[in-house]
Design a protein. Structure first.
Length: 217
């Protein structure tokens, strides 16, 4: 676990990520619970995700047992191995997650030749889309605002347009526009593959952030 360059404590960052992610995905805001929060996975279903920044091993084991219904999920800011050791065979681990943060130092960005970039902001949500000259949606990224933070989410590049710097372009564009809107910090949860990209862009790894879910029938 690493000290955040933003100066915020890990519990605060986990809660901020939850609120910003809800804005990004246009879902209900998370409900605070002891040590973290609870959020609906996919209304109108009754499935829930509980996310913890503070916990004990016994407490996590009890949570997994309580949520042992197909579709429910648990995430922790902590070791992958710990969560994996607590889930039964009826659960599956998600792909690796890594909580990361950055202090915005926005700079200009260039759009690769043959592409155009569109930025749209609607309340706390900002979306960047990059289109190829043929009209294809080549890449996109979303950002949900929570006060001084922009929570980056769903940074996606279409397979046919990968390895052209579009993911980095989308991130730089979101950073520039977030800063212009008054945000000072960035926060995201990266995949194993994405972590290297974000570290190259100046982001700092804070904590592993694994998730697990009870398998669907």
């Amino acid at each position: 676990m690493t000290t955040s360059p933003t100066g915020h404590a890990l519990p605060d960052l986990v809660m901020t990520w939850g609120r910003g992610r809800a804005h990004s995905r246009i879902t209900a805001q998370p409900e605070p619970i002891e040590g973290g929060y609870r959020v609906a996975v996919g209304p109108p279903s009754t499935e829930v995700r509980e996310v913890f920044h503070t916990y004990t091993t016994d407490g996590l084991a009890a949570t997994v047992a309580r949520l042992d219904t197909p579709g429910n999920q648990v995430m922790i800011a902590g070791p992958n191995e710990l969560l994996e050791s607590l889930i039964p065979s009826s659960w599956t681990m998600d792909q690796g997650g890594h909580l990361m943060s950055v202090v915005f130092t926005p700079a200009g960005y260039e759009i690769p030749e043959g592409y155009r970039l569109i930025v749209e902001t609607d309340g706390p949500l900002t979306v960047v889309r990059i289109f190829h000259a043929n009209g294809d949606l080549a890449a996109s990224a979303r950002l949900g605002r929570d006060d001084d933070f922009g929570v980056f989410d769903k940074v996606i590049t279409a397979p046919a347009h990968q390895r052209r710097g579009l993911g980095s372009t989308a991130m730089r564009a979101l950073t520039w526009h977030a800063s212009a809107l008054g945000m000072r910090y960035g926060l995201l949860v990266a995949s194993d593959e994405g972590r290297a990209l974000y570290e190259h862009l100046g982001w700092t790894f804070l904590s592993d952030f694994p998730g697990a879910r009870s398998k669907q029938d």
